[in-house]
Design a protein around this ligand. Structure first.
Ligand SMILES: NC(=O)c1ccc[n+]([C@@H]2O[C@H](COP(=O)([O-])OP(=O)(O)OC[C@H]3O[C@@H](n4cnc5c(N)ncnc54)[C@H](O)[C@@H]3O)[C@@H](O)[C@H]2O)c1
Length: 332
């Protein structure tokens, strides 16, 4: 076993974390590395993590290193390689006497959390740390955190891998193809119902998406609404938001960053725009990404977008801009 990696997970007593955490130490996500875990929760529930740690110890994970838990994020952040920021205040709960229903309220409450976590990551995390924000509103939480961290060598991402996996699943059913044969699946924009899952640039069984699907009516009337509203459909059916699929998507994002991307493929996550594809600089926007041989993550720049795609993508860019406007008081 070659080396160690330290992973900090917030929201560690939540439902996504329960699926996610054991698989961080199962020897698949980080390969042969020993994984040290630091689990973070809010003071009200941090003691529950004692039970999770017992379960991890009882599970026989040869790749598991040191496991600690705390309600002090600052303390947890020292020398971490990866931060999985899953914890956030969900929609629908009563917070300080008010039921949180609006995205704008969510932005306000969670924004404050991400300022403090961002500062700690900038000061204490490894210079090349990778940060995956899962807690919603993920893109704008990542924007606030990245801004507070102020360290460009660290890579801040918001998770859109689940949207990409959902899109692959719908395409695989439509074309009777195994999900592994759907490549280059791009989610443009925000992790919200305005996201644009790009069928035209997907590669399905080696064919372009346009050619393999050849049915823009289906794309517009069935595919897009199904993928864009899938989170809500799961909540309606299960009475709780996606957890095991969200955990799998977080693991897939880590794996995509830790391994070189195959030629002709890409993976989906939202990162800070450098102006690529006409997105205002700094917005945390869903892009096609590639991990290069030196381990750096880059935007894939040779994708062409149809007029239909550009129009849809612009709606999501506009939403990201208005979210940035709503939290500008939290940015330095
Ligand atoms: N990006 C995506 O694709 C995606 C998919 C599914 C869910 N989500 C989001 O992920 C988040 C977590 O979902 P869940 O189902 O696990 O929720 P959950 O309510 O079961 O767990 C969230 C946990 O976060 C903790 N928490 C809150 N603030 C914290 C803080 N400041 N520091 C540490 N912990 C904190 C809570 O105590 C709770 O235990 C939600 O915001 C949800 O909307 C994102």
């Amino acid at each position: 076993m070659s080396s160690r990696v330290k992973v900090v997970v917030t929201g560690a007593a939540g439902q996504i974390a329960y699926s996610l955490i054991p698989r961080l130490v199962d020897g698949k996500t980080f390969g042969n590395k020993i994984v040290d875990l630091c689990l973070v929760e809010i003071p009200q529930v941090v003691s529950k993590l004692e039970g999770l740690v017992m379960e991890l110890e009882d599970s026989y994970f040869p790749h598991m290193g040191e496991v600690t838990y705390t309600d002090n994020f600052d303390e947890a952040s020292h020398d971490a390689d990866w931060f999985l920021l899953v914890g956030s205040i969900p929609r629908g709960i009563v917070y300080e006497g008010k039921k949180i229903e609006e995205r704008s309220d969510l932005l306000k409450i969670n924004g404050g959390i991400f300022v403090n976590q961002g500062k700690a990551i900038g000061e204490n995390g490894k210079d090349n740390a990778k940060i995956l924000v899962v807690g919603n509103p993920a893109n704008t939480n990542a924007l606030i955190g990245k801004n507070a961290a102020g360290k460009d060598s660290q890579l801040w991402m918001a998770m859109t891998m689940l949207d990409a996996s959902r899109a692959k699943s719908v395409i695989s059913k439509k074309t009777n193809t195994n999900v592994s044969k759907v490549k280059n699946m791009i989610i443009w924009g925000n992790h919200s119902p305005t996201m644009y899952p790009d069928v035209e640039n997907a590669v399905i069984n080696g064919k372009s998406g346009t050619e393999a699907i050849n049915d823009m009516t289906w794309v517009e009337n069935a595919f897009l609404p199904t993928v864009q509203q899938r989170g809500k459909s799961v909540i309606d059916a299960r009475g709780a938001s996606s957890a095991t699929s969200a955990a799998k998507a977080a693991l897939d994002t880590i794996i995509a960053c830790e391994n070189t991307t195959e030629a002709g493929d890409c993976f989906s996550a939202a990162i800070a725009s450098d102006g690529s594809y006409g997105v205002p600089e700094g917005l945390i926007c869903g892009y096609p990404l590639m991990t290069l041989e030196d381990g750096s993550v880059e935007i894939k720049r040779d994708i062409s977008l149809s007029d239909f795609a550009k129009e849809r993508f612009q709606l999501s860019i506009d939403e990201l801009s208005s979210e940035r406007e709503a939290v500008k008081h939290l940015m330095k």
